[in-house]
Design a protein around this ligand. Structure first.
Ligand code: CO
Length: 174
Protein backbone atom coordinates (compact mmCIF):
# COMPACT_ATOMS: atom_id res chain seq x y z
CA UNK A 1 0.00 0.00 0.00
CA UNK A 2 1.37 3.41 -1.02
CA UNK A 3 0.12 6.98 -0.86
CA UNK A 4 -1.34 8.20 -4.16
CA UNK A 5 0.08 11.62 -4.97
CA UNK A 6 -1.53 14.61 -6.72
CA UNK A 7 -2.47 14.81 -9.60
CA UNK A 8 -3.16 11.05 -9.86
CA UNK A 9 -6.70 10.67 -11.32
CA UNK A 10 -7.64 8.18 -8.58
CA UNK A 11 -7.90 11.20 -6.24
CA UNK A 12 -10.70 12.55 -8.46
CA UNK A 13 -12.49 9.26 -9.20
CA UNK A 14 -15.93 8.29 -7.89
CA UNK A 15 -15.87 6.27 -4.67
CA UNK A 16 -18.23 3.32 -4.14
CA UNK A 17 -20.03 2.68 -0.84
CA UNK A 18 -18.46 0.12 1.49
CA UNK A 19 -20.69 -2.96 1.48
CA UNK A 20 -18.48 -5.77 2.82
CA UNK A 21 -17.77 -5.34 6.52
CA UNK A 22 -15.39 -8.24 6.68
CA UNK A 23 -11.87 -9.16 7.76
CA UNK A 24 -10.45 -7.72 4.58
CA UNK A 25 -11.90 -4.31 5.44
CA UNK A 26 -10.36 -4.49 8.89
CA UNK A 27 -6.97 -5.47 7.45
CA UNK A 28 -7.22 -2.54 5.01
CA UNK A 29 -7.88 -0.05 7.82
CA UNK A 30 -4.94 -1.45 9.86
CA UNK A 31 -2.68 -0.96 6.87
CA UNK A 32 -4.02 2.57 6.32
CA UNK A 33 -3.34 3.52 9.96
CA UNK A 34 0.18 2.10 9.69
CA UNK A 35 0.88 4.14 6.56
CA UNK A 36 -0.71 7.25 8.10
CA UNK A 37 1.52 7.08 11.19
CA UNK A 38 4.61 6.31 9.09
CA UNK A 39 3.99 9.45 7.02
CA UNK A 40 3.11 11.62 10.07
CA UNK A 41 -0.49 12.15 9.06
CA UNK A 42 -3.64 12.50 11.18
CA UNK A 43 -6.10 11.20 8.59
CA UNK A 44 -6.21 9.11 5.44
CA UNK A 45 -9.01 8.42 2.95
CA UNK A 46 -9.18 5.21 0.91
CA UNK A 47 -8.74 6.89 -2.51
CA UNK A 48 -5.38 8.16 -1.22
CA UNK A 49 -4.16 4.56 -1.16
CA UNK A 50 -5.74 3.77 -4.53
CA UNK A 51 -8.95 2.24 -3.16
CA UNK A 52 -11.98 4.05 -4.54
CA UNK A 53 -14.35 3.27 -1.69
CA UNK A 54 -16.07 5.48 0.90
CA UNK A 55 -13.76 4.71 3.82
CA UNK A 56 -11.65 6.98 6.02
CA UNK A 57 -9.41 6.55 9.04
CA UNK A 58 -8.09 9.25 11.33
CA UNK A 59 -6.52 9.87 14.70
CA UNK A 60 -6.64 13.50 15.89
CA UNK A 61 -3.57 12.91 18.09
CA UNK A 62 -1.52 11.54 15.19
CA UNK A 63 0.06 9.24 17.78
CA UNK A 64 0.36 5.52 17.10
CA UNK A 65 0.32 4.96 20.88
CA UNK A 66 -3.11 6.56 21.32
CA UNK A 67 -5.10 3.76 19.71
CA UNK A 68 -8.19 4.80 21.72
CA UNK A 69 -8.37 7.92 19.56
CA UNK A 70 -8.42 5.98 16.28
CA UNK A 71 -11.59 6.42 14.22
CA UNK A 72 -12.74 4.32 11.25
CA UNK A 73 -15.77 5.58 9.32
CA UNK A 74 -17.49 3.94 6.36
CA UNK A 75 -20.03 5.70 4.13
CA UNK A 76 -19.92 8.91 6.21
CA UNK A 77 -22.11 11.94 5.64
CA UNK A 78 -22.65 15.31 7.28
CA UNK A 79 -26.22 15.72 8.56
CA UNK A 80 -25.68 19.12 10.21
CA UNK A 81 -23.02 21.81 10.11
CA UNK A 82 -22.54 25.00 12.11
CA UNK A 83 -22.95 28.37 10.43
CA UNK A 84 -19.80 29.45 12.24
CA UNK A 85 -16.70 28.78 10.22
CA UNK A 86 -13.02 28.88 11.05
CA UNK A 87 -9.81 29.32 9.06
CA UNK A 88 -7.14 26.73 9.67
CA UNK A 89 -3.89 25.43 8.24
CA UNK A 90 -4.16 22.08 6.46
CA UNK A 91 -1.80 19.69 4.80
CA UNK A 92 -2.50 16.45 2.92
CA UNK A 93 -0.44 13.27 2.53
CA UNK A 94 -1.19 13.31 -1.22
CA UNK A 95 0.50 16.73 -1.48
CA UNK A 96 3.74 16.02 0.42
CA UNK A 97 4.75 19.20 2.30
CA UNK A 98 2.27 21.58 0.62
CA UNK A 99 -0.11 23.27 3.05
CA UNK A 100 -2.50 26.20 3.15
CA UNK A 101 -5.46 27.94 4.75
CA UNK A 102 -8.92 26.38 4.41
CA UNK A 103 -12.18 27.73 5.87
CA UNK A 104 -14.60 25.12 7.23
CA UNK A 105 -17.59 24.89 9.60
CA UNK A 106 -16.34 24.63 13.16
CA UNK A 107 -18.83 21.94 14.23
CA UNK A 108 -20.66 19.16 12.40
CA UNK A 109 -22.92 16.20 13.04
CA UNK A 110 -21.99 13.02 11.21
CA UNK A 111 -23.73 9.76 10.37
CA UNK A 112 -21.68 6.81 9.20
CA UNK A 113 -21.07 3.12 9.70
CA UNK A 114 -18.35 1.58 11.82
CA UNK A 115 -16.00 -1.26 10.96
CA UNK A 116 -18.73 -3.84 11.52
CA UNK A 117 -21.40 -1.93 9.63
CA UNK A 118 -23.00 -0.63 12.81
CA UNK A 119 -24.60 2.85 12.59
CA UNK A 120 -22.53 5.65 14.10
CA UNK A 121 -23.67 9.18 14.89
CA UNK A 122 -21.18 11.67 16.28
CA UNK A 123 -20.81 15.39 16.81
CA UNK A 124 -17.37 16.73 16.00
CA UNK A 125 -15.79 20.08 16.76
CA UNK A 126 -12.75 22.09 15.78
CA UNK A 127 -9.65 19.99 14.97
CA UNK A 128 -11.51 16.68 14.68
CA UNK A 129 -14.28 18.31 12.61
CA UNK A 130 -11.63 19.74 10.30
CA UNK A 131 -9.91 16.38 9.83
CA UNK A 132 -13.23 14.69 9.12
CA UNK A 133 -14.30 17.30 6.56
CA UNK A 134 -10.93 17.10 4.80
CA UNK A 135 -11.21 13.29 4.53
CA UNK A 136 -14.89 13.42 3.52
CA UNK A 137 -13.90 15.73 0.67
CA UNK A 138 -11.50 13.03 -0.56
CA UNK A 139 -14.45 10.62 -0.77
CA UNK A 140 -16.18 13.13 -3.05
CA UNK A 141 -13.07 13.67 -5.19
CA UNK A 142 -12.54 17.13 -3.70
CA UNK A 143 -9.01 18.14 -2.74
CA UNK A 144 -7.97 20.78 -0.21
CA UNK A 145 -6.43 22.91 -2.95
CA UNK A 146 -9.99 23.31 -4.30
CA UNK A 147 -10.95 25.04 -1.05
CA UNK A 148 -7.69 26.81 -0.26
CA UNK A 149 -7.70 30.58 0.22
CA UNK A 150 -6.54 32.53 -2.84
CA UNK A 151 -3.52 33.80 -0.91
CA UNK A 152 -2.43 30.25 0.02
CA UNK A 153 -3.17 28.93 -3.45
CA UNK A 154 -0.89 31.51 -5.05
CA UNK A 155 1.88 30.62 -2.58
CA UNK A 156 1.77 26.91 -3.50
CA UNK A 157 1.24 27.36 -7.26
CA UNK A 158 4.86 26.55 -8.12
CA UNK A 159 4.93 23.46 -5.87
CA UNK A 160 1.72 22.16 -7.47
CA UNK A 161 3.19 22.64 -10.94
CA UNK A 162 6.28 20.69 -9.82
CA UNK A 163 4.05 17.81 -8.66
CA UNK A 164 2.22 17.76 -12.00
CA UNK A 165 5.56 17.67 -13.83
CA UNK A 166 6.86 14.89 -11.55
CA UNK A 167 3.71 12.85 -12.22
CA UNK A 168 4.09 13.30 -16.00
CA UNK A 169 7.77 12.33 -15.84
CA UNK A 170 6.95 9.15 -13.91
CA UNK A 171 4.21 8.20 -16.38
CA UNK A 172 6.61 8.75 -19.28
CA UNK A 173 9.32 6.57 -17.70
CA UNK A 174 7.05 3.70 -16.60
CO1 CO B 1 -5.88 14.82 2.25
Amino acid sequence: MDIVLYPDPRLRAKNAPVTNFDEELEATTREMFKLMYATKGVGLAAPQVGLNIRLMVYNPSGSEKKTDEEVVLCNPKIVWKSKVKEDGQEGCLSFLSICGQVTRPIAIKVQAQGLNGEPVEVELEEWEARIFQHELDHLDGILFIDRMSLASKSLVKGDLEDMVQEYKDQLASS
